[in-house]
Design a protein around this ligand. Structure first.
Ligand code: SGN
Ligand code: CA
Length: 539
């Protein structure tokens, strides 16, 4: 793992006034434990407590039923590494320095686990890290290290306190076991903060052995815009490379390779993962995917029928990986219940961002469009949260850090840009008077996989304003009430001229507040090749 040397870390001046109340009443009798469970690429459409009709997620739903569901929580940059850096620091990408997945996190900077450690917590992280530099601020860490830190579904490798180890079995189950083992062995004189970060349901969606083929008899409802032609939107939607039709691969994504073909081509990526599985699992895999391969090769699937078919296979695998995550949450809740710590633990379930499940014909994320900008967030903490409550408060991934500090009775440093969600939680989800008017977004990873152009923007409770920049200069605006699927940009619609002007002013104000004042220029300078490689050279 890369060890980041101290680097001059630029901190842009922040506007003194915050758009939100970030107060801490300091009236905390006992520091609660924190269990932060995060998945990779899970999304609200695949969570029954958000009204998703694809399948049931009883354990996630239990957290919502006994706690609060956040209906408007958004990632500041809908990509794994960047979102994780926002969560740890409570700062936007341009401030924490991790703008895209080619970055190396400057681990010397302030993070909430470090601040909690300083306030008497024992801190730990198990699972996906994806920030390249060695984790700092954790008393125990065991993070996925294979495949550029994405980790493997079967027999995954971990870097545990500086040591490389391989664990036998299925990744979601291993991460859960390791999290429970940590809780069993921790210093019980201290409150804990445990971050349990699952790999699932990240691409290429490989289910646990017992869940292979579990949804093969189901037909999942299709999103209404599966066959979007992107009219009504600009270049970015047209030029992406993340469609089920064109990008979804036969081998890695659809898993259309027989055992014989993998034996003949062992360097194929799917083959490499397949041969990590125990032989009995390989046999089950063969029997489960044989039908899919035969169907595909029968030659009967063409055009829209083929896209429909790919969507069904995608859902079967994706949801089967989420099933294990839901079961993992059930195990963690049971463990805390048995150990008597359920009610004095703030339990958060979220994902690093949302994901497209066929909407607009896509998989993946990155766009400032609703399905992936929005994060699933449910929180259980009966001391502060009314069971079964929901909130529409505009929230962000940068809010987790100040929220945890607030509940732990730790003063929130002035340079943290997110706001504590504690007032929202303690008031049954009612949006405080002085709450933020818009969430901010800035995505940087272009040119890169999936070809989503760089963009930034704001989302209010009603509208979205987006600027795609760098090699294009295009604006989009959406009315989220009249066009919740974001199918028609109203940026040039004269009927919305006043709102457009207002949103431009609000965007400027928001960028001033957060110090992202010259976003286009800044990135032209910043993005020049493989920075991870360059940073390593500069070490
Ligand atoms: C991998 C995936 C991409 C995905 C990125 C980032 N390709 O590169 O589809 O967008 O991760 O995902 S794959 O061929 O390796 O599966 S992130 O969640 O880690 O940001
Ligand atoms: Ca992700």
């Amino acid at each position: 793992m890369y060890n980041h040397n101290t680097k001059l870390f630029l901190s842009l001046p922040l506007a003194a006034a915050s758009l939100a109340s970030c107060g801490n009443d300091g009236n905390q009798p006992k520091q609660p434990n924190i269990l932060f469970i995060m998945t990779d690429d899970h999304t609200t459409q695949a969570m029954s407590c958000y009204g998703g009709t694809l399948f049931e997620t009883p354990n996630m739903d239990r957290i919502a039923a006994e706690g609060m569901r956040f209906d408007n929580c958004y990632a500041a940059n809908a990509l794994s590494g960047p979102s994780r850096a926002c969560i740890l620091t409570g700062k936007f990408s341009h401030e924490n320095g991790f703008t895209d997945n080619a970055c190396v996190f400057n681990g010397d900077q302030q993070t909430f686990p470090k601040l909690l450690q300083g306030a008497g917590y024992e801190t730990a992280i198990v699972g996906k890290w994806h920030l390249i530099s060695e984790p700092q601020g954790f008393d125990f860490w065991s993070v996925l290290s294979g495949q550029e830190e994405q980790g493997d579904y079967y027999d995954p490798q971990f870097e545990q306190m500086g040591e490389e180890i391989t664990e036998k079995g299925y990744v979601t189950e291993i991460i859960t076991r390791k999290a429970i083992e940590y809780l069993e062995s921790r210093d019980r004189s201290k409150p804990f903060c445990l971050m349990m970060h699952h790999k699932a349901p990240h691409r290429n969606w490989m289910p646990a052995p017992q869940n292979l083929g579990i949804y093969n008899d189901r037909v999942f409802p299709e999103p209404e815009n599966l066959f979007d032609d992107y009219s009504g939107r600009g270049t970015a939607a047209h030029s992406q490379d993340m469609s089920l039709e064109n990008t979804f691969t036969e081998d890695w994504d659809l898993k259309l390779l027989t055992r014989e073909e993998m034996l003949a081509n062992p360097s194929n990526r799917l083959a490499k993962v397949y041969f990590r599985m125990p032989e009995d699992v390989q046999a089950k895999w063969d029997s489960v995917y044989a039908g899919r391969i035969a169907e595909y090769r029968s030659g009967g699937l063409k055009g829209r029928e083929l896209v429909r078919w790919k969507y069904q296979q995608y859902m079967r695998d994706y949801l089967a990986t989420v099933l294990s995550v839901d079961q993992s949450i059930g195990q963690m809740l049971d463990y805390l219940e048995k150990s008597g710590e359920l009610d004095n633990t703030i339990i958060v379930y979220t994902s690093d961002q949302g994901f497209f499940l066929g909407e607009h014909g896509w998989f993946d994320k990155r766009f400032m469009y609703e399905e992936c900008q929005r994060m699933p967030v449910v929180v259980r903490y009966p001391a502060a949260i009314k069971p079964g409550s929901t909130t529409s408060a505009l929230s962000m991934n940068v809010d987790f850090a100040p929220t945890f500090l607030d509940f732990a009775g730790v003063p929130v440093p002035a340079d943290i840009q997110g706001c504590s969600l504690r007032p929202v939680m303690e008031n049954a989800g009612v949006v405080p008077q002085d709450w933020r008017e818009a969430v901010y977004y800035h995505y940087y990873e272009y040119p890169a996989e999936h070809s989503v152009k760089r963009h930034y923007g704001i989302r209010t409770d009603r509208f979205k304003l987006i600027h795609f920049y760098n090699d294009i200069d295009e604006w989009e605006m959406y009315d989220m009430v009249n066009d919740p699927r974001e199918m028609h940009s109203i940026y040039d619609d004269p009927a919305y001229a006043a709102e457009r002007l207002y949103l431009h002013e609000l965007l400027d104000k928001t960028q001033q507040q957060y110090g992202d004042t010259d976003p286009d220029e800044r990135e032209r300078v910043l993005f020049h090749g493989d920075r991870r490689y360059m940073d390593r050279q500069n070490k």
